[in-house]
Design a protein. Sequence first.
Length: 255
Amino acid sequence: MRLLEGRVAIVTGAARGIGYAIAEKFAKHGATVALVDILGDLVKDSAEKIRQLGGEAVAYQADVSSRERMKEVISDVLKKFGKVDILVNNAGIHRGFRPFWEETEELWKELFKVNVLGVLIPSQLVVPHMIERKYGKIINMSSKAAIEAEPNHAAYSASKAAILTLTRVMAVELAPYNIKVNAICPGAVETHMLLTETTEEQRKRMRERALLKRLAKPEDVAGAALFLASDESDYVTGQAIGVDGGMSIIAADYY
């Protein structure tokens, strides 16, 4: 059963990791997928990989915080395929761990530019089309860090918390147009970002904290995205789905 047959989806941050896993999953379920990433060569390779697997995919190099460039991307997708049914705002950055008093204003501006404006801008550009069609699914990538007070990355956590609030407001404002907006809150996921910004000892502690005693794989997050993008979630909006192996439900003194 292909849950997204005939749908057109845009996935940002899709060159690798969670974004690529979502794009591949959507393509396997019949969607035409537009992969967007600032890593131009890599996103082209990722789209080609999906085509080799039998899916339909196109690639765009773009900075999601650039309104001008994202307008070009969305206009081209509409020109090629005639519609956009699904938008996955997955692109994001982290930039390491440090106490909040050591985080610079430049760091905060960079994280909010990519993580928050990178959700806002693509959504603002695609929503008029979705409103006209009275249909749409928007999925915003937040984080477990938006829910828990995790030390040493205040700016990242704050940016992801902003995404949760934005998601809820979008859901309220877009409900009259049959557009559903939800967020996913992953925990520790085995991605390039995690592997380059943490030590093996840190990842060991993450695995121990998870109830399922492992790190998530990008495919675990892609499964949740498939549900939210499909008709199976037509009565779900304004929600934040945790994909964290149970990390966020355990009291700190449990350890």
